[in-house]
Write a new protein. Structure first.
Length: 540
C-alpha cells in the first residue's frame, strides 16, 4: 500500500497506525490533513485512488466530504445573519413559502434546521417526484435531535435565495476563496471526475456487509444537495480547519464574527450519535475530550466516508477521508492524529495508538452458543470457539462477525447473508438478561431459556406488504420488508401503523414514514420510505 514519507516521531506513529488501520477496515485509500492554528502541519495520502489500475492516492485527489458540508452551510447562514438578511429565530416558511413541508407541531425556524431539531424527516432532498408529497413533522420543534439532511438542503435553498447566487458560486466566494481553498468544489459533477478518487461500495448491496467483503467501484454521482455536496483535498481542508481553530478568523479578515462563531459552537441539544457526551451546534457536533472543547463531524456518502476533529482548546485539528462506504467513518484516525500533535506541542509523551478492534473477536461468544428452534421445528445452532462465534449448519460452519451489541453478520457471501443475525435477551435495556432468542430476517427461533409467547397474530394486510423492494437511487438499493413475531419490519426496524398502508419507522416520535402504494391484486408495487421510492421486485 503506498504511504507518504515520514519526517518525525508524530508522522511515524501516525503512519504506523494508519497503515494498520486501513487493511483492517478494508479502506482502499485515504487522504489526510493536520493543522494547528498557524499553519498546516501535514498533508498525506495513503493507498489507492483506483484499485484496478493501482493508482496511488495523492493529496490533489478530490474526496467527497459528505455531511461535513453542513458546517459550511451553517457559516454561510451566519454570514447572512450578520448582514441582517436572516433572523435565526424566524420561521423558514416566511422566507421560502413554497417549501413542501407540513408544520402541524409548530413553526420550523432557521435555528431548528441548523440544529436538527425541526421535527422534519431525514429525507435526502426536499422535493419528490410526486408533486403532492410533503415533508411532515413527527414532533414539536426543539424536543428531539433527529438528524435531518432535508433541513440542510432547505438551508442551502435559503442561502441561495437571500444571497442571489447559486450555492456553488456563493460558497466559493464566501468561504473557499477567502481561505485559499482553490481546489475545493461546491458541487459534485461529472466534469470533476478525473480529479477525484474512485469511490467504492459493497460488491453486493442485497446482502449485509462484512468488513472484509468485496468492494466495487460506485456509479457516477452528480449532487448539489447542500446536505453533503462538497468535495475537497486535505490541503484545502486543513485551511478550513485552521479557520475553525481560530474561531472564524481567516488570513485576511473573518469568515464570521466571534459572536457568530460562538453561536455555531454552542451545544443546543444532546447528539449521542456522535458520542455519548456530544451535543449539536450549528452544522457541527460539539463535544468534550480530555477536558478540551471539541468540534467534530463525520460525512458519509455512497462511496466516501470522512471525519474532522477540531480541538479548540488544544489548537490542533485533523481531517481524514476514505474512498469507500462500509458503514464506518475514519474518526479514530482524526482523533488519534490530534492527540499526537497536541502531545508534541505540549512536550508530553506521544500516546500509544488506539486498539483496532477485530469484529471477529467476540469476548462473550459463549453467551450466544446453543440451539434455537423455530415454531415449525427448524433449528439454528451456534457454537463458541474461544472468542469466535460460528453458525453450524450440518458439517459446515459460518464464522460470524459482530455488527452490533447482539447483532452479527455472515462472513461467507451467499450463506445466511441476506439479513443480520440478531439475538434477543430476557429483561430490558437497563438490565439485560441472558440470550433467549434469535432472528434472521423474518425467521424467529427460541432458545431453551425463552419463556414468552411462541405464536403471534398480525393483521392479514401485513403479509401483503411484505416483500423485496428496490430503489433506483444509489442511496436506496435493496430493502426487505417482512413479518417478525407480531411486527412488520423494514430491514430490522419495526413499523408502527398510522393508517391502513401508512407506518411510522422506528421511534414513537420519528417523522420518518413508510407508505405502501399502487396496490395490484392486493399487493403494493411501491413503497415510499424516507422520501425514496422502492419498487417491489419478485426475486429471492
Amino acid at each position: 500500500m503506498p504511504v507518504p514519507s515520514r519526517s518525525g516521531p508524530v508522522d511515524e506513529k501516525l503512519d504506523g497506525y494508519i497503515t494498520a488501520y486501513m487493511p483492517a477496515m478494508n479502506a482502499p485509500g485515504m487522504t489526510f490533513g493536520l493543522t494547528d492554528s498557524e499553519r498546516t502541519l501535514r498533508t498525506a495520502a495513503y493507498g489507492f485512488a483506483d484499485v484496478a489500475q493501482r493508482l496511488p492516492v495523492t493529496t490533489d485527489h478530490l474526496f467527497q466530504i459528505g455531511s461535513i458540508t453542513k458546517s459550511f452551510v451553517a457559516l454561510v447562514i451566519l454570514q447572512l445573519h450578520e448582514e441582517g438578511k436572516i433572523d435565526l429565530q424566524k420561521a423558514v416558511l416566511d422566507y421560502l413559502p413554497d417549501l413542501p413541508i407540513v408544520t402541524e407541531f409548530g413553526a420550523v425556524t432557521v435555528h431548528h434546521l441548523l440544529t436538527h431539531t425541526s421535527g422534519l424527516p431525514d429525507n435526502l432532498g426536499v422535493f419528490s417526484a410526486d408533486p403532492s408529497a410533503r415533508l411532515v413533522q413527527g414532533f414539536k420543534p426543539g424536543e428531539h435531535f433527529h438528524y435531518c439532511n432535508a433541513g440542510f438542503d432547505i438551508l442551502g435553498l435559503l442561502a441561495a435565495k437571500l444571497d442571489g447566487r447559486p450555492w456553488r458560486v456563493l460558497v466559493a466566494e464566501r468561504i473557499f476563496k477567502p481561505l485559499g481553498m482553490s481546489q475545493t468544489k461546491g458541487v459534485i459533477v461529472t466534469a470533476d471526475r478525473a480529479k477525484a478518487a474512485v469511490g467504492y461500495e459493497p460488491f453486493r448491496d442485497d446482502e449485509v456487509y462484512a468488513r472484509q467483503g468485496k468492494l466495487a467501484p460506485a456509479p457516477n454521482m452528480v449532487m448539489d444537495d447542500t446536505a453533503g455536496c462538497i468535495q475537497s483535498t486535505p490541503g484545502d481542508m486543513a485551511n478550513y480547519l485552521r479557520m475553525l481553530l481560530n474561531r472564524g478568523k481567516a488570513p485576511d479578515g473573518r469568515i464570521v464574527s466571534e459572536e457568530s462563531f460562538a453561536l455555531m459552537a454552542t451545544p443546543y441539544i444532546k447528539a449521542e450519535e456522535f458520542s455519548p457526551t456530544a451535543g449539536y451546534g450549528y452544522g457541527i457536533a460539539v463535544d468534550t475530550l480530555d477536558g478540551h472543547k471539541i468540534l467534530r463531524h463525520t460525512g458519509g456518502m455512497v462511496a466516501f466516508a470522512s471525519s474532522i476533529h477540531v480541538d479548540l482548546d488544544g489548537g490542533v485539528a485533523a481531517f481524514a477521508s476514505i474512498n469507500a462506504m462500509q458503514g464506518y467513518r475514519p474518526t479514530a484516525v482524526t482523533e488519534y492524529a490530534v492527540r499526537l500533535a497536541r502531545a508534541e506541542r505540549e512536550s508530553k509523551p506521544l500516546p500509544a495508538a488506539p486498539e483496532i478492534g477485530d469484529p471477529m473477536q467476540v469476548d462473550n461468544a459463549a453467551e450466544y452458543a446453543g440451539t434455537f428452534t423455530a415454531p415449525d421445528g427448524k433449528a439454528l445452532r451456534f457454537a463458541a470457539d474461544g472468542k469466535r462465534l460460528e453458525l453450524v449448519m450440518g458439517d459446515r460452519t459460518i464464522p460470524l462477525q459482530r455488527a452490533g451489541d447482539d447483532s452479527f453478520v455472515s462472513t461467507v457471501p451467499g450463506a445466511m447473508a441476506a439479513y443480520a443475525i440478531t439475538f434477543g435477551r430476557a429483561g430490558d435495556e437497563k438490565k439485560p438478561g441472558p440470550v433467549v432468542e434469535v432472528s434472521y430476517g423474518p425467521e424467529w427461533f427460541a432458545g431453551e431459556k425463552y419463556t414468552g409467547a411462541k405464536s403471534f397474530q398480525v393483521p392479514d394486510a401485513y403479509a401483503l406488504f411484505a416483500g423485496h423492494y428496490r430503489s433506483d437511487s444509489p442511496w436506496g438499493g435493496d430493502l426487505r420488508v417482512y413479518l417478525l413475531k407480531d411486527k412488520l419490519v423494514a430491514e430490522g426496524t419495526p413499523l408502527s401503523p398510522l393508517g391502513h398502508a401508512l407506518f411510522r419507522v422506528g421511534e414513537a416520535w420519528s417523522p420518518i414514514t413508510a407508505e405502501f402504494l399502487i396496490p395490484f391484486e392486493g399487493r403494493p408495487r411501491l413503497l415510499r420510505m424516507g422520501g425514496m421510492d422502492y419498487w417491489r421486485i419478485e426475486i429471492d
